[in-house]
Design a protein around this ligand. Structure first.
Ligand code: ZN
Length: 172
C-alpha cells in the first residue's frame, strides 16, 4: 500500500508556489496513483502534490458522482459565476468553512504523459479544481475567508492540531 504522508498546515510546502511539471511518464503516473490512493484513504475529493510534500503542479480529484481525474500543470482559463459552499481540506483536518468560488470554469491541463486537454467544469467539480489549483499557488482555503472567519477557523485548527501532534507522539 503506497500511501503518502499528508502535510498539514502550516507546513512551508503548502505556502510555496509549486513548480511546473516538465518530466512526464511512469514516475509521474506512479506519483498520481499514489496520490489518488492517499486521497481515497482519507476520504478526500481532491489532493494537490504540495499536500504530499511535492512542490509540483499536479493534482488528483474524484468528484463523488464523477470519475477520477489527474491534472498536470492545470490552468483555469476562464471563470464565471460565484457561489458560497462548504469546503474542507486534508491539510487542515476537521476544519470547514463556506468559501466563494466560481460556478463555471474552463480548464487547460496535461495528462501524465504530457498530452494537453481542455474541459469545462461546473459547480462542485469546479469548486474542487479551484481549491486544488489554489494549493499550487501556495494558497489554502482560510486565505479565501474574511479576516474574522479566518481567525476563527485558524484558532479552532490550533486546538485540533495540538491534539493531532499529541496523538502522533503517543503512537511512536
Ligand atoms: Zn486542500
Amino acid at each position: 500500500m503506497a500511501k503518502l504522508k499528508i502535510h498539514y498546515y502550516p507546513d512551508k510546502v503548502l505556502a510555496r508556489r509549486a513548480e511546473p511539471v516538465t518530466v512526464f511518464g511512469p514516475e509521474l503516473e506512479k506519483l498520481s496513483k499514489d496520490m489518488l490512493e492517499t486521497m481515497e484513504a482519507h476520504e478526500g475529493v481532491g489532493l494537490a502534490a504540495p499536500q504530499v510534500g511535492v512542490s509540483k503542479r499536479l493534482l488528483v480529484l474524484h468528484e463523488p458522482d464523477g470519475e477520477t481525474m489527474c491534472l498536470v500543470n492545470p490552468v483555469i482559463e476562464e471563470s464565471e459565476g460565484r457561489e458560497y459552499g462548504e469546503e474542507g481540506c486534508l491539510s487542515l483536518p476537521q476544519m470547514y468553512a463556506r468559501v466563494a468560488r466560481a460556478t463555471h470554469i474552463k480548464v487547460r491541463a496535461q495528462d501524465v504523459l504530457g498530452t494537453p486537454f481542455e474541459f469545462e467544469a461546473f459547480d462542485f467539480l469546479a469548486r474542487i479544481i479551484q481549491h486544488e489549483c489554489d494549493h499550487l499557488e501556495g494558497v489554502v482555503f482560510p486565505d479565501r475567508l474574511d479576516v474574522f472567519t479566518r481567525e476563527e477557523v485558524l484558532e479552532q485548527y490550533e486546538i485540533v492540531r495540538r491534539r493531532l501532534t499529541k496523538g502522533a507522539r503517543q503512537r511512536v
